[in-house]
Design a protein around this ligand. Structure first.
Ligand SMILES: [Zn+2]
Length: 381
């Protein structure tokens, strides 16, 4: 079977390792691991017969031979108006399990399958767990997922229905991550937040936006930011296109957090380059409620190096944006509305100019959060 030729690179101590043996952290210093940037892409190298991430196989370090794909990726880019401005909506909630996570998990799970991993451990507030459950089922890999006890019931049903061993953990989202770390000695820790092969998949959203805009980069990309995989994936994907000479400048990358749980926005606002102590409370944007994201520094770098920002929005702003999206027929989950609320504030502040090309990534389907949406809108029976 085909194998990845990429190398792991530690951003903390610069150690490198081949990817023959899957790792989840640096063996030298326990940091997260990255992959060195890939070769990027040219229009001629696109496989137009494929709509999955392997449409860009020339730029992926996970071979298509032996890959696990269920038609993820290839999502529409539609044009709408938002706060009086023309914007593009990247419909990444249209995916096999209803979230953008599928494109990252497809690539990660393919790598793990190709390297003989038989069972995995994940922790997730919902969407990533659903994607891991689905793709591990498709790959024939046993999957154990630690979840917050407060996670929406629909998301847990989705994971269990596909055969995952779902273990509710009392406490915060961070408590769930801590519990997973404690178990990582026993089972391969495939956390989407730690695994660089997950980002290898999420970076394809940048390639798709580039292709759909006629092989151009937008001026601005906006996405909700919790673990940061869209922010960092866009940074990697567009950076590779820039290095390959396919775009002439980077888009500004904006990550939007909930003010109730905004450690990255707080660090950004303070001019810090690492975590600063931040109070966190519950938010309707449950998909981005991470108090200590492991790739926080990389999110800050993505925003700062591109002239973007990591910004925070209040609960009432998220709910107002959600209502506005729903009234346009866009049935997304509240977490996606955080991105839309942030876009509205950037437009109102004049940060996004009238003639800018702007892409908002819509990340998760409302079908998994219908009870919560009903509650927010007062539609409970
Ligand atoms: Zn290291």
């Amino acid at each position: 079977m085909a194998r990845s030729s990429a190398r792991y690179v530690c951003p903390a101590c610069a150690a490198t390792r081949d990817t023959e043996t899957p790792l989840w952290r640096c063996p030298e210093c326990a940091s997260i691991l990255d992959l060195a940037d890939g070769p990027g892409l040219t229009p001629a190298a696109i496989d137009k017969t494929d709509t999955s991430p392997w449409r860009y196989a020339a730029a992926l370090r996970v071979p298509r031979d032996g890959a696990i794909s269920m038609g993820e990726g290839g999502t529409p880019l539609i044009e709408r108006r938002w706060n009086g401005r023309a914007v593009h909506l990247k419909m990444d909630y249209l995916a096999p399990t209803g979230s953008f996570k599928d494109r990252g998990v497809a690539v990660l799970m393919s790598y793990l399958k190709q390297h003989g991993v038989a069972s995995i451990l994940e922790d997730s507030s919902g969407n990533a767990g659903a994607a891991m459950a689905a793709y591990s089922a498709a790959a024939g890999i046993a999957c154990r997922i630690l979840v917050p006890a407060s996670a929406p019931a629909g998301k847990l049903v989705q994971m269990r229905a596909m055969g995952a061993d779902v273990v509710p953990i009392e406490g915060s989202r961070q408590d769930v991550s801590d519990a997973a770390l404690a178990e990582a000695e026993k089972t391969f820790y495939a956390s989407h937040n730690w695994q660089p092969f997950f980002l290898e998949g999420t970076k394809t959203v940048a390639y798709e936006i580039w292709e759909q805009l006629g092989f151009r980069a937008p001026d601005n990309v906006i996405a909700p930011a919790g673990g940061g995989s869209n922010v960092i994936g866009c940074h990697i994907g567009f950076r590779e296109l820039l290095a390959a000479g396919q775009i002439d400048r980077m888009p500004r990358i904006f990550g939007i957090q909930a003010a109730n749980c905004g450690p990255v926005a707080a660090a950004f606002a303070a001019g810090a380059d690492d975590y600063i102590p931040t109070e966190t409370t519950a938010t309707v944007a449950d998909g981005i409620a991470l108090s200590r994201p492991v790739r926080l520094r990389q999110m800050l770098a993505a925003a700062r190096q591109t002239g973007g920002a990591i910004a925070a929005v209040a609960e009432d702003e998220i709910v107002a944006a959600l209502k506005s999206l729903l009234r346009q027929g866009l049935f997304v989950e509240p977490t996606s509305a955080a991105g839309a609320a942030g876009l509205g504030k950037l437009i109102a502040a004049g940060t996004i100019a009238a003639n800018d090309t702007t892409v908002l990534i819509l990340t998760g389907s409302g079908l998994k959060a219908s009870a919560r949406i009903g509650g927010l809108l007062g539609l409970d029976a």
